[in-house]
Ligand binder design. Structure first.
Ligand code: LP5
Ligand code: MN
Length: 271
């Protein structure tokens, strides 16, 4: 018996578990910033709708186009940000609000969550819903063929480097963030698209090591429902839509609604 327990314990790494009942709404990659007024308007309408129709809301990373520290939000946020923080606080006082971190806003922290009355999502978690377990993350960690990005990720997820960065004044942080954005956009221009998508072996490894058969993530801006055969098990990988009502033609956005009937994409009313 103890061998079986050892095998099971080895098979199930310690994964954060989150149990949420009812209608759960999940969205990511809204990429809000000073230049996204139309996206912000649609997103705020979505937040109002979530307050009325959802039992909980999970924002799974890259809510903001860049996040350089909670102190920015708490001290003197620009008007566009103050409006969104006020909206997020309204949501958090109506339904449980969970904030996940992406590769642009991984510096969102406990201070912001407390200020909003929201909870922080771990990088990866098992979301237990009325439909079953779902492996939830932002998704960038599965882009393992993108070695340059994974190297960047290791650097900026280092707590010491983050503390050093957060000790800089806001203007210096803004300059570093803009430099990093420019470097990233330049690097992306030369990258094969498959490099910037999740790697099949990383996805298979996630399904195999967790034993969870449904995965939800964002980041890739390739919204879809994928069926993947893992041995005898058919697994699902659901990619959340990114939002752009300012530049993209046609405009795009959307979220995932999960209840006892299963997961379903939903879209903002025409704007
Ligand atoms: O973001 P996007 O869509 O352009 O591409 C991502 C990957 N790039 C990134 C980098 C971010 O855009 C940088 C902006 C972050 C701002 C907030 C933090 C500020 C610094 C905090 C320091 C603690 O995520 C891109 C992937 C793509 O997704 C698809 O998956 O390919 O990865 C790259 O392009 C990696 C490149 O090698 C360039 C990475 C930026 C290099 C700058 C180093 C800055 C180090 C700062 C240390 C203090
Ligand atoms: Mn992302």
């Amino acid at each position: 018996m103890c061998l079986l327990k050892t095998w099971l314990s080895r098979k199930q790494p310690s994964l954060n578990k989150l149990r949420l009942a009812g209608s759960i709404w999940l969205a990511s990659d809204i990429h809000l910033g000073p230049q996204t007024p139309a996206t912000q308007r649609v997103f705020h309408a979505f937040l109002d709708q979530a307050c009325v129709q959802a039992d909980s809301l999970l924002l799974c990373g890259d809510i903001f186009d860049a996040w350089i520290g909670d102190d920015l939000a708490l001290a003197a946020p620009p008007e566009w940000l103050a409006q969104t923080l006020q909206k997020l606080n309204q949501v958090a006082t109506t339904i449980p609000l969970w904030l996940g971190r992406g590769n642009r806003d991984f510096l969102m922290g406990a201070e912001l969550a407390k200020h909003l009355g929201a909870h922080l999502l771990p990088d990866t978690c098992c979301l237990n819903t009325d439909y079953g377990d779902m492996l939830l993350s932002h998704g960038d960690e599965y882009c393992t063929d993108d070695h340059a990005y994974q190297c960047f990720r290791r650097i900026v997820r280092n707590r010491t480097i983050q503390s050093l960065f957060l000790s800089l004044n806001l203007n210096v942080r803004r300059k570093i963030a803009q430099w990093a954005r420019n470097r990233s956009m330049a690097a992306n221009r030369g990258k094969a698209t498959h490099i910037m998508d999740v790697a099949p072996d990383a996805i298979a490894r996630a399904f195999n090591t967790t034993g969870i058969h449904t995965m939800v993530h964002g980041h890739t801006h390739r919204p879809a429902f994928h069926s993947i055969q893992i041995g005898a098990q058919t697994c699902s990988r659901i990619v959340l839509p990114d939002w752009d009502y300012d530049q993209a033609q046609p405009p795009r956005g959307g979220w995932l609604c999960v209840d006892q009937n299963g997961p379903q994409f939903r879209y903002p009313l025409a704007h």
